[in-house]
Design a protein around this ligand. Structure first.
Ligand SMILES: *[C@@H]1O[C@H](CO)[C@@H](O)[C@H](O)[C@H]1NC(C)=O
Length: 338
């Protein structure tokens, strides 16, 4: 007995100490090792600064961010973690300007009530993950045309679900051809992308590849669609129950408030952070589920590459007390019809 305890207790002690050491040391990182971390981080993301002044400025921001990230991660009551990701040398304001391109824009375009084909759906499974059903393409990186991604994602999804192939569809076609390219890389509404796809269908990414900038519309390729939709419908606002009915049938495009620091550095777990409802970012809901039998979440496909979140995805808390949902997820949701 005593021997067992000795081995067992010793193991526990070692585990406990090894779990504590990195945390307790990380609270008092000496300046030199923080600089070393900044250098390593720069190497990892292939970054170089134009001069020492810029590097000094970025180092200060990096340091403040690392300290913030570690303070959140050391708080034991949070079911999510942050990480020192690709945004670690940007202030939250810089991050918002660079990656939250259409601040407040969604609000100006209210989603009109449309018919909701899933209103009478009763058989809603407790969880669904469209990735596991092969209806979700790889994570994109929003260099150009990020505003089209939720629409393109959901059209890819419904095309596959209705018995087609999982095509990676062309973002560039919309960027070049919609509104004569005037919306450009940065700005547009999900519904405008749906409108374009309704009129022209959409060809594949391999046929009309991403260029990273706006180009002239290739009308020949525009006339070679592999996916078509008949239109799009809005999910009734402020109802996660309605959103669940829709997501149980297909991926759904939503607008959320993604401007918070915890959103910027989100790494894993169920995101339960304080969040606003200023809709500023489009993402795609590709499923939902329950963590450890109680904490319910939506599965969000984002467009900040795979180094953000859970390989590019976030699990965002579902069924909070707010009717708008966390980060306003139930305020503006749209899906294509075929
Ligand atoms: C839902 O059921 C109601 C009552 O039977 C019916 O009027 C309505 O058309 C149905 N909605 C859909 C989308 O089928």
């Amino acid at each position: 007995m005593a021997t067992t305890c000795l081995i067992y207790c010793f193991t526990i002690l070692v585990i406990t100490i090894s779990a504590l050491v990195p945390q307790s040391t990380s609270r008092i990182i000496p300046e030199a090792s923080m600089m070393e971390r900044h250098n390593q981080w720069m190497a990892r993301y292939g970054l170089e600064y134009k001069d020492v002044i810029e590097k000094e400025k970025r180092y200060r921001i990096f340091k403040a961010n690392v300290e913030y990230i570690e303070s959140v991660n050391n708080a034991e009551d949070k079911p999510y973690k942050l990480s020192v990701n690709q945004f670690a040398d940007q202030t939250n304001d810089e991050f918002k300007k660079a990656h939250i391109a259409y601040m407040n824009l969604f609000k100006t375009k209210s989603s009109a009530a449309t018919s909701f084909k899933y209103e009478n759906v009763t058989a809603v499974p407790p969880s669904i993950d469209w990735r596991k059903k092969g209806a979700v393409t790889s994570i994109r990186d929003a260099i150009c045309g990020g505003w089209t991604f939720p629409a393109v994602d959901t059209v890819e999804g419904i095309t596959k679900i209705k018995g087609g192939k999982l095509y990676t569809l062309s973002v560039q076609e919309i960027v070049d051809c919609f509104n004569e390219g005037k919306n450009g890389c940065g700005g547009g509404f999900t519904t405008e992308a749906f409108e374009f796809i309704k009129q022209h269908g959409l060809t594949t990414e391999s046929n009309y590849p991403t260029k990273g900038k706006v180009g002239t519309c290739d009308t020949k390729k525009e006339a070679e669609p592999v996916a078509k939709i008949s239109g799009y419908e809005n999910v009734p606002v402020d109802s996660e129950e309605a959103l669940m009915k829709a997501v149980s049938n297909q991926p759904v495009a939503v607008s959320i408030d993604a401007a918070g620091a915890d959103f910027q550095f989100y790494s894993s777990g169920v995101f339960t952070s304080q969040c606003g409802t200023t809709l500023d970012h489009g993402v795609t809901v590709v499923g939902y589920g329950t963590e450890k039998g109680k904490l319910r979440y939506w599965i969000i496909k984002n467009s900040w590459g795979t180094t953000w979140g859970e390989d590019g995805y976030m699990r965002l808390q579902k069924d909070t007390n707010a009717k708008e949902g966390l980060c306003g997820i139930s305020m503006e949701a749209t899906y294509p019809t075929v």
